[in-house]
Design a protein around this ligand. Structure first.
Ligand SMILES: [Zn+2]
Length: 340
């Protein structure tokens, strides 16, 4: 199996985020890349160069206004006297359907859901190449590979069409799914990250052609709070094409796999041709977030479950934070998938 990555994805280097109001070191560190590279190689995957497919596939998912904001906001922010080194919003509109602001501060509030997605000098560049990595892996599968892995960093599943959030800027999994749809395929996104894939849900919420499934820690008392509940099922023609499977905090392998099985059953019923795995590894029992308790063996089992679907898979890296086992968990997933 091939995997894709571009060195530009290491450049984004966020410093802080606010956790319960306190500034903490941002966990979405460039060092994650090395662990994931090692993990992919240990599973026998071979690296291929990410190719530049331009803004077209990104523009299918994200608004022009938002892309323009991401591209230019860092320089605009630097012109504000006394502003922070990183772009961090300090205002959020009560409702986002009112007037679009002209000011950099106003737009930061409009386009950034929280303080966990600070924008610095290289953010746009890294996020752009992370998205290109997802598109390159998708094209690999479109060209006939059974599966392909996109080592995406920064991650993407919390980004909506015009809103960054939770370490995410461009929604790589959604861009992959939209690219598959554009190529006439019926795609299902199955998100196994610790956190609900709220951006992906939002992007396809009214789209009956893309199924979104997410297994995650119950958002009733956990990020992203406002999305990820079982009653959110899609809208209009797409009612029933979003399935949320929230789990009690601390759930281990057994409960996680039961929920995943339900999600994969839905993928079958939907008649999907292809799966986009939104591959977070932060449900791990030793992850710094500590929300769920999936073991290394659990990730191998998750990989096996996807293999059993006998469908092409585009695997897109989402979360999973620095701990000694981060790379090993990726290896375990890939080994499980490849039947090693
Ligand atoms: Zn996560």
């Amino acid at each position: 199996m091939k995997f894709f990555f571009d060195e530009a994805q290491r450049l984004h280097n966020p410093v802080n985020f606010l956790s319960s109001g306190a500034a903490q070191p941002n966990p979405e560190q460039p060092g994650r890349v090395q662990a994931l590279l090692d993990g992919a190689k240990a599973a026998g995957l071979t690296q291929s160069a990410t190719e530049d497919h331009g803004m077209g596939p990104i523009g299918r998912v994200h608004s022009a206004e938002y892309v323009h904001f991401l591209r230019h906001i860092y320089k605009r922010w630097q012109r504000i006297e006394g502003a922070s080194p990183e772009v961090i919003p300090n205002i959020h509109p009560d409702r986002r359907t009112v007037s679009y602001p002209k000011s950099a501060v106003g737009q930061a509030g409009f386009h950034m859901a929280d303080t966990a997605c600070p924008i610095s000098e290289h953010t746009f560049h890294s996020a752009y190449w992370s998205a290109q990595t997802a598109i390159s892996a998708t094209n690999d599968v479109l060209a006939g590979a059974h599966a392909s892995y996109a080592l995406c960093r920064p991650p993407g599943h919390h980004a909506f069409a015009d809103l960054a959030g939770g370490f995410c800027f461009f929604n790589n999994s959604a861009i992959a799914a939209a690219h598959l749809k554009q190529n006439g395929l019926r795609a299902a996104v199955v998100d196994v990250d610790l956190h609900h894939g709220n951006g992906t849900q939002g992007i396809f919420y009214a789209d009956p052609d893309v199924l979104t499934v997410s297994v995650h820690a119950d958002p009733i008392r956990y990020y992203p709070f406002f999305w990820g509940h079982a009653h959110e099922r899609g809208e209009g023609d797409a009612l029933g094409t979003n399935l949320n499977l929230p789990l009690k905090m601390g759930t281990g392998d057994e409960g996680f796999l039961e929920a995943l099985d339900r999600g994969l059953e839905r993928v079958q019923d939907f008649g999907a041709d292809i799966i986009v795995v939104a591959l977070g590894l932060d449900a791990f029992e030793g992850d710094p977030f500590g929300g769920l308790s999936v073991s290394e063996q659990g990730f191998a089992e998750i990989g096996k479950r996807f293999a059993r679907m006998d469908m092409p898979c585009v695997m897109v890296q989402e979360g999973g934070y620095l701990c000694d086992e981060l790379g090993d968990n990726l290896t375990a997933f890939m080994n499980g998938f490849q039947g090693v």
